[in-house]
Write a protein that binds this ligand. Structure first.
Ligand SMILES: [Zn+2]
Ligand SMILES: [Zn+2]
Length: 150
């Protein structure tokens, strides 16, 4: 996209123009930059809003009580015996040998329970079908271990 002020090409997720420093205002519907604060979208006429940072997808699950950090990997199995996290989870007795699977989807992740004995939950909701989680959410493994998505 282009900065309205200096007409330089800037990254589409910029909050400020990296050329002239102008704060970027965009149309909340069309997602195109407009002419600054208090102006309206040239296309649909909606009042512009300040550009917001795009939410970052979490990169790890952290269990503070057990001092365990799992780096999120697309397609990885969470398990006490199987999968890339087994060396870290091996001592967690309530986690199943094959417990849950992680999948990346844009700015969030999906966790699917793969028939574990003690279950999986996201923010207190049981994972009967795959559930999404994003930064700040609590993924509870085996109804005992709370992992924060960071
Ligand atoms: Zn500029
Ligand atoms: Zn618009």
């Amino acid at each position: 996209m282009k900065c309205y002020k200096c007409k330089q090409e800037i990254d589409s997720d910029s909050l400020y123009c990296d050329q002239c420093g102008e704060k970027i205002y965009i149309c909340p519907d069309c997602h195109i930059p407009g002419k600054g604060e208090g102006k309206r979208c040239g296309k649909c006429g909606k009042p512009l809003v300040a550009a917001e940072p795009t939410p970052k997808a979490p990169v790890r699950l952290v269990c503070r009580a057990e001092n365990i950090t799992l780096d999120l990997m697309d397609g990885a199995l969470i398990g006490r015996v199987e999968g890339p996290y087994a060396p870290k989870l091996g001592r967690l007795q309530f986690v199943s040998a094959r417990h849950a699977r992680l999948t990346r989807e844009g700015d969030h992740w999906i966790i699917a329970d793969v028939g574990s004995r003690n279950g999986t939950a996201v923010n207190g909701e049981w994972c009967f079908s795959p559930l999404p989680f994003k930064t700040g959410d609590v993924v509870r493994i085996a109804n005992f271990y709370d992992f924060i998505a960071e």
